[in-house]
Design a binder for this molecule. Structure first.
Ligand SMILES: [Zn+2]
Length: 156
């Protein structure tokens, strides 16, 4: 959440109540439901108060508060995933960047589809592309053999 908030004007979101509700809805399993989403949206500033969120990856039009929530979801699952990626880095030392595979992905990330990076144990997971709002792109973690089987070249 720190990363997302650092991309917004200081104090723009009243963090404590929003964060408490966000964590509570994820823990009680209601997170994806419509009432939970409406509750979270109600804790965010009104749509016309938001600055333009830029750059974005998912080019479909969504309101800024919705884009914020989407980005927060993706970022939270990405952080969980990064922990597991680091744990498996010795056996699966390569990451292949993958877009969501639909026409809504921004051209920059589309161009990076299939790009490979090396992940080292106990090192931060490398970021293959720049950070973007609404990015649904992900990485596939593979062994050297799996990488070569896909016709891809190790970067090292
Ligand atoms: Zn993306």
């Amino acid at each position: 959440m720190d990363l997302l908030l650092s991309r917004l004007p200081p104090g723009f979101i009243d963090r404590a109540p929003f964060e408490a509700a966000w964590i509570a809805r994820r823990q009680d399993g209601t997170y994806g439901t419509r009432p939970a989403q409406l509750q979270l949206l109600a804790l965010l500033p009104a749509e016309d108060a938001w600055p333009q969120l830029s750059p974005v990856c998912d080019l479909r039009l969504s309101s800024a508060p919705v884009a914020f929530l989407l980005t927060l979801d993706h970022w939270a699952s990405r952080l969980e995933r990064y922990g597991r990626i680091r744990e498996s880095a010795a056996l699966l030392p390569y990451l292949i960047f993958q877009t969501a595979g639909d026409p809504w992905t921004c051209p920059d990330h589309e161009a990076a589809d299939g790009r490979v990076a090396r992940v080292l144990p106990d090192k931060p997971v490398p970021s293959i592309v720049d950070w973007r709002w609404t990015c649904r792109c992900t990485v596939l973690q593979v062994s050297r053999r799996q990488l070569l089987a896909r016709g891809l070249t190790p970067p090292d």
